[in-house]
Design a protein around this ligand. Structure first.
Ligand SMILES: *Cc1c(COP(=O)(O)O)cnc(C)c1O
Length: 445
């Protein structure tokens, strides 16, 4: 291995990093970050990187945000944690009030979990138990879309459909039904995004019409399938799905873990369709990149199916040691305050437009471009037919040297920066991408 710092040596001695082949670290040792500052993180050698992926899609307002840092300090001086069964606290109560105010209509109750995957687990358990307790015990199957990603715990993998994460564990899973969903880049109906009528809903429609009686819920990533490659699909699809699931007494479970909190230009992505789900999972941006916390929001109707005398055995048993942690709640409250007080949605719209124009101006410089797609402040470049192996990963490594973190999904490179990014920084991010792509392609000339 090349010259490693003491910290890097110690890291590699003990740490098994997530979503990594550790052997790759021989070529690209872990970058030990010692400091965060707005859009940037700085490593032990003083190299600064633009965080163009919001640190795994969680950071909204920059690293070491002064407002959030302040409330954490205040909260720690007051209360760090308390058991959330029978007990409560101000931060949790305030979050309940604020989050239900901005959530899609009808979602009035909160269940606290502590990461996105476990919020998926809760949604599944809850939906199944709801039907059991309302006279439909036969409703026990879950439907999701091809290309779905809802987390990596065993239950969440069961409703996911990314072979990369699922294949090895298949023998352990309780798998749901996977239905062919939208593929707008290669639409098999020959439609464009402009004239799409969500014709591809026919697969879901025929499945639910035939099997609706045995189905508890349909879980979808609202509007954008993130891990599948930032695949944006029509809100009409969600509209049709809402209508049919209502008719068939099937829960619509919206996974807003990645796209909630403004990413698509609305507070929650499902708002683009003008409908409300029965169950909504949020995480990631909920705590602005500071704290592992997630929440499952549900309707009163679902809540009521669990409300009974203790002896009836209808309680919902799901808890985490850190359920409803006050520090996490305080951060989430501040996140919502920042949205309200600093017109973050307006900012996203403005910066999203700037990003779009910036890319459109440079489209001819992007060789092997399959599609550029964008909504709100998330843009993805799908490279097609590009030579070499792991092109996305190689481009990522080049971009790092130029000071930008553009961690790809296969050969899809995406821009998902914190909302505080400036117009100049957007320009620079695009520049670094194009320079890195070209430098990579020089290898084949
Ligand atoms: C990240 C993600 C999850 C899982 O969340 P974790 O906090 O990583 O467990 C689930 N669904 C979607 C859409 C995600 O992007």
């Amino acid at each position: 291995m090349k010259n490693l710092s003491e910290l890097q040596k110690k890291d590699l001695k003990h740490i098994f990093h997530p979503c990594s082949q550790m052997k790759d670290y021989e070529n690209l040792p872990p970058m030990v970050i010692v400091k965060g500052d707005g859009l940037y993180v700085e490593d032990e050698f003083g190299n600064r990187y633009m965080d163009c992926v919001s640190s795994w899609w969680v950071n909204l307002f920059g690293h070491c945000n002064p407002r959030i840092n302040r409330v954490i300090n205040e909260q720690i001086e007051k209360l760090e944690h308390v058991i959330f069964a029978n007990f409560s606290h101000e931060a949790g109560i305030e979050l309940g009030e604020r989050l239900t105010k901005v959530a899609p209509e009808g979602l009035n109750k909160l269940i606290f979990t502590d990461n996105g995957s476990s919020s998926t687990e809760v949604a599944i358990k809850l939906s199944f138990q709801y039907h059991l307790q309302t006279g439909n015990p036969q409703k026990k199957r879950f439907v999701s879309l091809e290309g779905a990603y809802h987390g990596e715990t065993i239950g969440a993998l069961g409703v996911g459909n990314m072979d990369r994460f699922t294949d090895i564990y298949r023998p352990l899973l309780k798998e749901g039904v996977k239905v062919k969903g939208p593929d707008c880049f290669k639409c098999s109906y020959g439609k464009t995004r402009e004239n799409c009528e969500a014709e591809c809903f026919e697969h879901m429609e025929s499945y639910l019409k035939e099997n609706g009686d045995s189905i508890a819920g349909v879980i979808v990533e609202s509007l954008v399938q993130g891990v599948a490659g930032m695949k944006i699909y029509s809100p009409l699809y969600l509209k049709k799905l809402r209508k049919l699931t209502t008719e068939k007494n099937i829960h619509l479970i919206a996974d807003e873990i990645a796209m909630g909190f403004g990413r698509t230009g609305k507070m929650f992505a499902i708002e683009h369709a003008g409908v409300s789900p029965d169950i909504m999972c949020v995480g990631k941006g909920l705590t602005a990149g500071y704290f592992p916390m997630s929440i499952v929001l549900i309707t009163d109707r679902i809540y009521d199916a669990f409300y009974a005398d203790y002896s009836e055995g209808k309680s919902f048993l799901h808890s985490h040691s850190y359920s409803g942690n006050p520090i996490g709640c305080r951060i989430a409250v501040e996140t919502l305050k920042i949205f309200e007080e600093e017109d973050i949605l307006g900012l996203i719209e403005k910066k999203g437009k700037y990003l779009k124009k910036g890319i459109e101006r440079r489209l001819k410089d992007i060789r092997y471009l399959g599609e550029y797609r964008q909504i709100g402040l998330i843009g993805a470049i799908e490279l097609e037919g590009i030579p070499g192996e792991r092109a996305g990963y190689e481009i990522y490594k080049i971009a790092l040297k130029k000071g930008a973190i553009l961690r790809p999904l296969g050969n899809i490179i995406y821009f998902m920066p914190p909302y505080i990014i400036t117009e100049e920084e957007i320009e620079k991010m695009i520049d670094i991408f194009i320079l890195s792509l070209n430098e990579y392609l020089e290898r084949f000339e």
